[in-house]
Design a protein around this ligand. Structure first.
Ligand SMILES: C[S@@+](CC[C@H](N)C(=O)[O-])C[C@H]1O[C@@H](n2cnc3c(N)ncnc32)[C@H](O)[C@@H]1O
Length: 221
């Protein structure tokens, strides 16, 4: 039976352990720290001079990346369109137990985290005037979007858990989904993944990783 267990990571923030996949949703060295480092600092902040960003998240999961992006954007004020792909959404009751709102201490935005989980799939909603959000209930493998995104948060389970998601097929779809100059960020820095990204035409950068991890990857189209 599919089960998700809440675990506390080294920075005090929760993650989920999936018994189906035998993997956690974030680094056990700190879920919030990892998401901030990989997706916000190396991804969102790469686009300092751009006022509009279209973001695709592969693996919406706990909603942590979407929520951190919302909080970051509240300070910065870009126009954001955010699309999260997820085939196995977490139950609402479980989302309610996650401690992100408590730790991130933005009382005003707590309802945003709830709406990320509570809203319907496959319909756009406004999380604020400048933040459009949609979650799509689908498998990564059938994504067909072309030239649609500035930034991809590639946050699928790792190559040892789901090797089929790290090959040319899905990474090629990511290349096609990005606009020219678009960026894919991922916590993974495996040599074979970087070589695949290069072969697809990406410019690949190895950047210092979050706590507990030497390196992460940013790939530019
Ligand atoms: C590493 S977790 C995502 C973590 C997430 N970004 C977060 O902040 O919580 C990977 C996610 O991919 C989802 N997933 C796994 N295989 C999938 C597939 N083939 N298509 C769509 N979603 C999938 C899982 O249900 C899980 O939510």
């Amino acid at each position: 039976m599919s089960e998700l267990e809440i675990k506390t990571t080294s920075d005090g923030s929760h993650t989920l352990l999936s018994t189906d996949f035998g993997a956690t949703y974030h680094s056990i060295h700190g879920a919030i720290q990892e998401s901030e480092h990989v997706f916000i600092k190396a991804g969102y902040r790469h686009f300092t001079n751009k006022e509009q960003l279209s973001i695709l998240e592969m693996g919406l999961g706990t909603g942590l990346n979407a929520y951190l992006t919302f909080l970051e954007n509240k300070k910065v004020g870009k126009q954001i369109t955010y699309t999260g792909i997820e085939a196995f959404p977490i139950p609402l009751e479980q989302a309610a137990l996650l401690n992100y709102c408590e730790l991130l201490e933005d009382v005003e935005s707590t309802d945003v985290f709830e709406r990320i989980h509570g809203c319907a799939f496959d319909a756009e909603i406004q999380l604020s005037d400048n933040f459009t959000f949609e979650k799509r209930l689908m498998k990564f493998e059938v994504l067909q979007d072309q030239l649609a995104y500035d930034l991809i948060y590639f946050d699928v389970f790792g190559p040892s858990t789901q090797p089929e998601l790290w090959g040319e097929e899905l990474l090629g779809k990511m290349y096609d989904a990005l606009l020219p100059g678009g960026v894919l960020v991922t916590y993974c820095a495996k040599g074979v993944v970087k070589r695949t990204l290069k072969a697809l035409g990406f410019l690949v950068e190895g950047l210092p990783g979050p706590p507990g991890k030497r390196e992460m990857t940013r790939a530019i189209k």
